[in-house]
Design a protein around this ligand. Structure first.
Ligand code: GLV
Ligand code: MN
Ligand code: MN
Ligand code: MN
Length: 410
């Protein structure tokens, strides 16, 4: 039986990013593919049957109805209990966001087997691709495809920073782009979904507890703002003759900060900005900004985005530029299934309840069936950063808690 730390230790060198620090494991990169192979091996070592579905989601099955050589009907996996998370990362991310949930699921299977548990229904460990949206821009792309939460054509046409489409990347990874999209058979297999995840803020530090039961995910979305001006020479263009989209972008960043700070509970971030063509002695012709906006009230999120858009148009016009906003993805606030939350609370007496500002595949799946989350304490309170951390003892407490929950639900 492996501890969660030893499982994570076996992948600690995969996808390290010395220039950013931490890990960069974008979907279908060598690093993410290595992690998928690692998962397949670890699942195989445990006697789980691994399959890849048509959206690139990995499923590792513990399905007593299919053990042995007896003929099986295809329905033994309908309504299964599913746990798992993702293996891709943000650029320069930590070691735990995603892999902790996958490693804990494997460790929980070990614990259940050691306890002599025989599942009364099939159990699967799932790994969802492109949860972070760090390569193709849409967070939770795998679970959105599975549930039909994104149009398959729109997904096929998503492009990464090098202009590679998701369809091309999927094909290179052995998937048939024509078969991407809502998968009712796979969806029908998810009876209940429980995702364990590193806590990504200071919630559990403040609560002085190692584990919490998730209650909700605040609504969030991503927008791309394109500011277009006049590309020109940095030395010959007089200051009064410029239409510099970078100057307008700077105003927009400040306006976003001010607007969100004035709205209780709002969070808004410009984490990525790209001048085109991007030369020190070149006034940019265009600047793209990616804006992440979150609020528990979906109408407030929409109002914030509208306000940001208006301020961006004003700032752009003042600089002789234009601004255009497009939505990349949006997820409304999700409250996890009340009965499943109750079952988790019963399995983990005394565990506090905790909402989160971070998005997860569990939030996408919640629209299709009972879905729940467990969080494990992060002593730094920092995430999407190399400084994200989980103590080995807390990681093992997390796996044991997940095993308790799964045992209760099986
Ligand atoms: C995913 O981690 C997100 O909340 O952006
Ligand atoms: Mn995550
Ligand atoms: Mn993340
Ligand atoms: Mn020159």
């Amino acid at each position: 039986m492996d501890s969660v730390s030893s499982l994570l230790g076996s992948i600690e060198d995969v996808g390290r990013d010395p220039s950013r620090g931490g890990y960069s494991r974008p979907v279908f990169s060598t690093a993410e593919l290595d992690l998928r192979s690692w998962f397949q091996q670890e699942a195989g070592r445990r006697g789980l049957e691994v399959e890849t579905d048509r959206n690139g989601i990995l499923w590792a099955w513990w399905d007593p109805a299919r053990s042995g050589n007896e003929a099986h009907d295809g329905d033994s996996r309908r309504g299964a209990l599913v746990t798992g998370s993702h293996l891709d990362s943000v650029p320069g991310g930590g070691a735990f966001d995603g892999p902790l949930g996958v490693a804990s699921a494997l460790a929980a299977v070990d614990l259940l087997k050691a306890r002599g548990v025989t599942p009364h229904r099939a159990l699967a460990v799932a790994v969802f691709p492109e949860e972070e949206g760090s390569r193709f821009g849409v967070a939770c792309l795998g679970s959105r495809l599975l549930t039909g939460g994104i149009d398959a054509d729109a997904a096929r046409n998503l492009k990464d920073a090098d202009g590679v489409t998701f369809a091309e990347a999927a094909r290179a990874h052995g998937l048939d782009p024509a078969h991407l999209g809502r998968d009712d058979e796979a969806l029908g297999r998810i009876g209940d979904f429980v995702e364990l995840h590193v806590e990504q803020g200071r919630g559990l530090i403040d609560l002085k507890a190692p584990i919490a039961v998730g209650t909700s995910i605040i609504g969030h979305g991503r927008w791309k703002l394109t500011i277009t001006g006049q590309g020109n020479h940095a030395g010959t263009t007089l200051m009064e003759d410029r239409a510099d989209p970078m100057v307008a972008a700077a105003q927009v960043v400040l306006a976003i900060r001010k607007t969100a700070a004035a709205t209780p509970e709002a969070r808004a971030t410009v984490g990525r900005i790209q001048p085109v063509p991007g030369g020190t002695n070149v006034i940019a012709s265009r600047v793209d900004l990616w804006i992440d906006v979150r609020h528990p009230d979906d109408a407030t999120t929409a109002a914030l985005v509208e306000s940001i858009h208006g301020q961006a148009q004003k700032a752009a016009a003042f600089e002789g530029c234009t601004a255009a906003l497009t939505q990349e993805s949006v997820s409304g606030t999700v409250t996890f299934d009340a009965e499943l939350q109750r079952q988790l609370q019963l399995a983990l007496p005394g565990a506090p309840a905790l909402p989160t500002g971070a998005g997860h595949d569990a939030g996408i799946l919640a629209a299709h069936g009972p879905s729940a989350m467990l969080y494990v304490r992060n002593p730094t309170g920092i995430s999407h950063s190399p400084e994200e951390h989980v103590e080995p003892d807390d990681a093992d407490l997390g796996a044991a808690a997940l095993a308790d929950v799964l045992e209760r639900l099986l």
